[in-house]
Ligand binder design. Structure first.
Ligand code: ADP
Ligand code: MG
Length: 256
């Protein structure tokens, strides 16, 4: 068992009320989630503010050990859904729970805490800090978690090894290829050993071959975590156990 795996019995969430066992809540649960973005630009003549409905009554359960694919054309609400799951936005209505914790009831600070502890996020554009080495980028989430420097380095080095970048730890993002940057981003998402991994079009900027390496990694991660992966690419979606299709913010199909 490699460092990317985690044993199902080691879920160490001190936030969950339930004991480890059959009654554990789903890793991710959405109930009737709708989201309206309020548009800053102007108001209608009637005085009503303009808004855009990005999600409509989306419900979803994801158990640990499951990869759920989210597909849909551009603008269908995939990123909004993943932002709601990771607590980066609070939906206008409905509830989002992680390991039984209702994020929509929490204040900003506490919600950010839950996100840092339980969620690893992989973005399409990698979002690495250009002036930090691969290792420092991977170690960064541990700074906020109060982990000491030596342990941060050790953990980041182990993870870079695990994603095949053991020889690149001191490289800057600008000195790495797109596929390597995405693997650094995946290592960073894993460094806190999160229960939930959210990946927003993780292969969007990669060629087929490097995309495959990233998909192999995601499949491996999915073994004992809940993984949500948004994509409109069939190969990427093929790693999912279930696929949910969005159109105009609404679930139009659930297959598998
Ligand atoms: P996808 O990821 O499937 O391309 P998004 O979730 O990014 O879709 O967007 C869903 C809809 O919400 C789109 O119509 C988009 O233009 C709109 N949208 C996304 N983010 C914002 C925002 N911050 N403010 C206003 N509208 C937004
Ligand atoms: Mg998107």
């Amino acid at each position: 068992m490699g460092i990317l795996d985690r044993s199902p019995v080691t879920t160490r969430s001190s936030d969950t009320e339930t004991d480890a066992g059959e009654n554990r809540p789903p890793a991710v649960r959405l109930d009737d989630v709708s989201h309206e973005y309020r548009l800053a630009s102007g108001r209608f003549r009637s005085g009503q503010s303009r808004s855009l409905q990005a999600l409509r009554d989306v419900s979803l359960d994801v158990q640990p050990g499951t990869i759920v694919g989210i597909k849909g054309p551009s603008g269908s609400g995939k990123s909004t859904l993943l932002h709601a799951v990771s607590g980066l936005l609070v939906p206008t209505s409905g509830t989002v729970s992680l390991l039984g914790i209702d994020l929509t009831e929490l204040g900003d600070r506490r919600r950010a805490q839950v996100r840092r502890r339980h969620v690893g996020i992989v973005f399409q554009g990698f979002h690495l800090l250009p002036s930090l080495s691969a290792r420092a980028n991977v170690a960064l989430p541990l700074v906020g978690a109060g982990v000491g420097r030596t342990e941060r380095r050790t953990r980041a080095t182990e993870l870079l090894d695990a994603v095949g970048l053991g020889e690149r730890t001191t490289h800057l993002p600008g000195e790495l290829s797109g596929g390597e940057c995405q693997r650094v981003a995946i290592a960073r998402a894993l460094v806190t050993d999160p229960d939930v991994i959210v990946a927003d079009e993780p292969t969007g900027e990669l060629d087929t071959k490097t995309g495959e390496t990233v998909l192999d990694l995601l499949t491996e991660l999915g073994r004992n975590r809940a993984v949500l992966v948004a994509s409109h690419d069939a190969t990427t979606l093929s790693v999912a156990d279930r696929v949910l299709s969005l159109h105009d913010g609404q679930v139009v199909e659930r297959d598998r």
